[in-house]
Design a protein around this ligand. Structure first.
Ligand code: NAG
Ligand code: NAG
Ligand code: NAG
Ligand code: NAG
Ligand code: NAG
Ligand code: NAG
Length: 500
């Protein structure tokens, strides 16, 4: 860190030679004094950087931390739905490995890091900005920045901030499972889209950096992870348990529009007063409801486009309550799109659920949904008996997988007309489950005083209570009870309904 910091202060390629060109001794002495002063300054700055509580981004002050994720403007940044940068969800049960327990298995399932808007959205956002700037004569107060705001967001790819989130995730994983990671590496798979593969690579970088710095780790040719399998994404014809696009009745039928309808009802309630205010401060803009939401989207997207995660001025245009409403709008999208609110939501996550059962029980995969048997029957591409696994995917896929695993089941439906906060809904919201760089940890452990293995599930550091399998005060179920609770996946998860 200090070296990087110094490079920053000095500028790359600047060398401060003590001997050499200026023959004049006094000149040399003068230089030496300044050099010592400079070293002291650099050391001080380095120390200061260390004191900025584990915020490692090469000495630059950033909003992202390894341990707890994004920590700026948390009263709003934890309410940006799936566009929230990863943060540790406030715990009810301590996320630490329980005392007297030893982890025997850990699977991380991760979303890619923060990205630019998707291609169609980036066009729509740009058009909204062009429309505002073409029609509004005067920008004042909180809106003044819009006069010279230039739309420069790209499309689909990870941002620098998003890459760093994944590096941080790799460091965090290394540290959490140090008993294993010192000796072994996770078996890694990634879904095929660029930003997902890159996220997996950045995760390996963080893991590798943490291991390289650990003097007690085993180093050597197989000490560092690589992405072992990349499964291509295609709408049809490619079996991929990290991509949901295979359920034809969902993709081609009406179930995929259920979430849109629910969101539309809620938009008509919450976004109208916001639109009215925006249009009164931006005379001539005549924003639609959809464009009003686009202007809200520009807060998270501009924030994660900043390498340090500096909050965008778009964020100030809205109140805390409005961010809660926005978060709920995104929660409705996930719940009614890929979770229990959709008849084909849980079904789309069954393939991965069955793979997890195979890994946890050390038995071949039993699944006739989205698994590719060629891959899963081959120990090179689907080894069993490993202690560490890491898979990389997307928010919708993870939402469906959580549902297929029975997580958050029994939460009840989310009404279309008023906000339900995550803490009142078994911890379910888009921001608490699938923010950028979201991660689920599925753990097995042996604990003194307990026979056999126990299972815990953490979603973004929140330990799920696992009441469906008799979770104890620390959220632990026996392995047998946990597997028993996965009846939906084991029975095929209604996959036939995808082809009615
Ligand atoms: C935004 O739209 C304007 C006008 O169509 C175009 O000139 C510009 O290249 C676009 N910017 C981006 C980043 O797409
Ligand atoms: C993330 O990975 C990509 C692809 O390997 C690489 O180009 C980039 O430098 C990495 N980012 C960071 C922050 O290390
Ligand atoms: C299964 O995986 C194999 C090996 O990667 C690949 O050749 C094949 O196309 C895949 N089949 C399906 C249906 O996804
Ligand atoms: C589903 O829609 C896609 C794209 O429109 C089409 O190519 C495909 O044939 C359809 N599948 C079925 C089973 O109707
Ligand atoms: C892909 O999935 C379908 C549906 O479950 C299955 O019939 C087919 O055998 C699978 N293909 C491979 C290569 O596993
Ligand atoms: C959710 O709970 C209901 C009622 O107990 C049960 O029928 C269903 O199978 C559960 N779904 C999953 C995916 O576990």
């Amino acid at each position: 860190m200090i070296t990087a910091f110094r490079r920053r202060l000095l500028g790359d390629g600047h060398t401060y030679s003590l001997i050499g060109s200026p023959q004049d001794v006094e000149d040399q002495l003068w230089r030496r004094k300044h050099y010592i002063l400079l070293i002291m300054l650099v050391a001080l700055a380095g120390l200061a950087a260390v004191f900025v509580s584990g915020r490692r981004s090469y000495g630059i002050e950033t909003c992202d931390t390894v341990a707890h994720g994004f920590q700026c403007g948390t009263t709003i940044s934890q309410y940006w739905g799936q566009y929230s940068p990863y943060f540790s969800v406030p715990p009810e049960i301590s996320p630490d490995i329980p005392e007297g327990c030893t982890v025997t298995f850990a699977q991380i399932l991760s979303r890619h890091g923060a990205r630019d808007p998707t291609a169609s959205k980036t066009e729509a956002y740009n058009a909204t900005i062009q429309k505002i700037q073409a029609n509004v004569r005067k920008f004042s107060g909180k809106y003044a920045f819009l006069a010279d705001y230039e739309y420069t967001l790209g499309a689909d790819q990870l941002t620098t901030f998003g890459q760093q989130e994944m590096v941080n995730s790799g460091i965090k994983f290394y540290e959490r499972y140090r008993d294993q990671t010192r000796d072994i590496v996770p078996f890694m798979r990634s879904s095929g889209e660029d930003r997902v593969v890159e996220s997996a690579l950045n995760f390996t970088q963080g893991f590798t950096d943490a291991k390289a710095a650990d003097s007690q780790a085993k180093h050597g040719s197989k000490a560092y992870p690589t992405v072992d399998v990349i499964i291509p994404e295609a709408d049809y014809g490619i079996n991929n348990t990290l991509n949901h696009d295979l359920c034809t009745a969902f993709e081609n039928g009406t179930d995929s529009s259920i979430a849109d309808d629910v969101q539309e009802t809620w938009t008509n309630i919450f976004a109208k007063p916001i639109r009215k205010r925006l249009n009164s401060h931006l005379p001539g803009a005549h924003l639609t409801l959809q464009e009003t939401i686009y202007v809200m989207d520009l807060c998270p997207f501009n924030t994660v486009a900043s390498p340090t995660g500096e909050l965008s001025p778009f964020c100030n245009l809205f109140t805390e309550e409005e961010w809660h409403q926005y978060n709920y709008y995104e929660t409705l999208d996930k719940w009614y799109g890929y979770s229990y609110g959709n008849p084909l939501g849980p079904t789309q996550g069954v393939g991965f659920a069955n793979e997890l059962i195979a890994r946890m029980t050390d038995k071949p995969v039993h699944d006739e949904t989205s698994t590719n048997h060629t891959l899963d029957d081959d120990p090179k591409t689907f080894p069993l008996g490993r202690q560490l696994y890491a898979d990389f995917s997307h928010d919708n896929d993870m939402t469906a997988i959580f549902a297929a695993l029975g997580l958050y089941n029994g939460t009840g439906q989310f009404p279309k007309t008023e906000v339900v906060e995550a803490r009142d809904a078994n911890g379910y919201s888009a921001a608490w489950t699938v923010p950028f760089a979201a991660r689920a940890y599925f753990e097995k452990m042996t604990c003194s005083g307990h026979k056999g293995e126990l299972v815990r599930v953490l979603i973004n550091d929140r330990v799920l209570p696992l009441t469906q399998c008799g979770g104890d005060g620390l959220g632990r179920c026996t392995l047998a009870k946990f597997i028993e609770s996965l009846g939906f996946a084991k029975a095929g998860g209604d996959w036939d309904k995808c082809f009615l």
